[in-house]
Design a protein around this ligand. Structure first.
Ligand code: GDP
Length: 445
């Protein structure tokens, strides 16, 4: 099960096994977990060789421990395996927005139709369901019952066997008073009969011209999802995919990675029988979950903090060359970036020249610095955007309001502003005399 990876990450990060050996052990655990989740063996091996290659080619960012860096690479590569940065867009792009659902019998299509209806209804859209699954007699009753449960109207024609007609009639019925219309089509085919399924899909597609066609796939088919998804993806490039029953099988990884490998977008995953058990699928979020949210988030925060810090550093260079002006917004961005990177004592070891934005380049003052950082972030949080961009407007009464809003003394706010003013003066001086500036940051002035 992929869930076992969480323990492997924990063991790797907290264990005392030497780095190289721990990496080998982790990679073995990773391969085992992926293969037992039915991920294609070729995909598994290319994933591990990419991880190993990056370990050789790339240099760890200074802010991360080597083990953290390794896990960040694993996170990145696993995310790619499950679809990378793809964050599916689920917002309807027109009104009414017509969604057509296709899928083989038993895949969870009808349940999913109701789940999607509920998903959009909760977002405030008016939704109508059309039962065009004429093959399974109980499908209409099932959808009517689900519709009642979520209070969404269902259109169906009990004695009509013509799915195309029902779909068309349903759409005419709903098109003037609904934002979203979901058409549940016949799923009479079994796996292995994809061609028939796709042919029928085309027929209804031509008749109703939906805005999205979604193929529903049951997770338990694992890697076999590749064939189905790729044929579907070729036949319907606007289409996307929902994988159901992610809760009930160990094969979740197999179906997800197989579908991702076809280039198709996985829009939602079904995680239970109940009507609210549907999630928008986000590969990165999924991977953070299987690797252990807490551990991953700490590592990603550090990386993000570092990137944001570098951005502010660039801005500082512009300030020094007179291209830009230092605002409290820059100070705020810098403090937040630092906060993400971890405790000051650790951060200082990793970032040369950090004294730039903080009043205490001296390590003995770290604790004071840490407290000051907290206070200043609160004060900056209580300022308006205008005040951050243009601190000169902050008079006594604004200072009082900021202090009250952040639970600080007015002196704290004053101190921040004084520091900001000194910093500005200093930066102006630097423009003239770069040497003094460097001396200042080395603590020599
Ligand atoms: P259809 O034939 O494709 O329309 O399939 P149904 O909607 O009738 O679903 C078949 C079975 O799968 C039903 O028992 C559903 O409750 C169940 N089902 C659907 N989606 C999920 C899911 O995400 N998780 C679980 N555990 N069961 C599901």
């Amino acid at each position: 099960m992929l869930e076992n990876l969480r323990d492997a990450v924990r063991k790797f990060l907290t264990g005392s096994t030497p780095y190289e050996k721990a990496v080998d052990e982790f990679i073995k655990d990773l391969q085992k977990a992926l293969i037992s989740a039915d991920v294609n063996v070729k995909l598994v091996f290319s994933l591990t060789s990419r991880i190993k290659e990056r370990l050789i080619k790339e240099k760890p960012p200074s802010i991360l421990e080597r083990k953290e860096w390794f896990i960040s690479i694993v996170y990145d590569e696993l995310s790619k395996l499950f679809g990378g940065d793809k964050e599916p867009s689920v917002n309807p792009t027109k009104n009414p927005y017509i969604i057509m659902l296709v899928g083989v019998q038993g895949s969870g299509k009808t349940t999913t139709a109701a789940k999607i209806a509920y998903f959009y209804k909760k977002k405030g859209y008016k939704v109508g369901l059309v039962a065009a699954d004429t093959y399974r007699p109980a499908a209409l009753d099932q959808l009517v019952q689900l519709g009642q449960q979520i209070n969404v109207p269902v259109y169906g024609e009990r004695d009509n066997k013509n799915a195309v007609e029902i779909a068309k009639n349903g759409i005419s019925k709903f098109k003037d008073n609904m934002d979203i219309i979901i058409v549940d089509t016949a799923g009479r085919h079994g796996y292995g009969e994809e061609n028939k399924l796709l042919e029928e899909m085309k027929e209804i597609y031509e008749a109703i011209k939906p805005d999205d066609v979604i193929l529903v796939i049951d997770t338990s088919i694992g890697q076999k999802a590749y064939d189905l998804a790729s044929r579907f993806h070729q036949a319907s490039p606007i289409g996307s995919i929902i994988i159901t029953k992610m809760d009930g099988t160990a094969k979740g990884g197999g179906a997800l990675s197989a579908v991702a490998a076809t280039g198709a977008t996985i829009k939602f995953i079904g995680t239970g029988e109940k009507v609210d058990e549907l999630e928008v699928f986000n590969p990165k979020r999924y991977v953070s979950r299987i690797l252990g949210m807490g551990d991953i988030e700490t590592i990603l925060d550090k990386i993000k903090g570092m990137e944001e810090y570098e951005k502010v550093q660039k801005k500082m260079e512009d300030v020094m060359t007179g291209k830009s002006k230092l605002t409290l917004k820059d100070v705020y961005d810098q403090l937040i970036a630092l906060r993400k990177m971890g405790p000051l004592s650790k951060v200082l070891q990793h970032i040369p020249g950090l004294g730039v934005m903080l009043p205490m380049p001296d390590e003995t003052q770290l604790k004071i610095g840490e407290e000051k950082m907290k206070k200043w972030i609160s004060a900056l949080n209580s300022m308006t955007y205008k005040e951050l961009e243009n601190p000169n407007i902050i008079d006594k009464s604004r200072m009082r309001r900021i202090a009250e809003g952040s639970g600080l003394e007015i002196e704290d706010v004053k101190e921040l502003l004084e520091w900001y003013n000194n910093m500005n003066k200093l930066l102006k001086m630097v423009k003239r005399k770069r040497g003094d500036f460097e001396k200042f940051f080395k603590g020599k002035i």
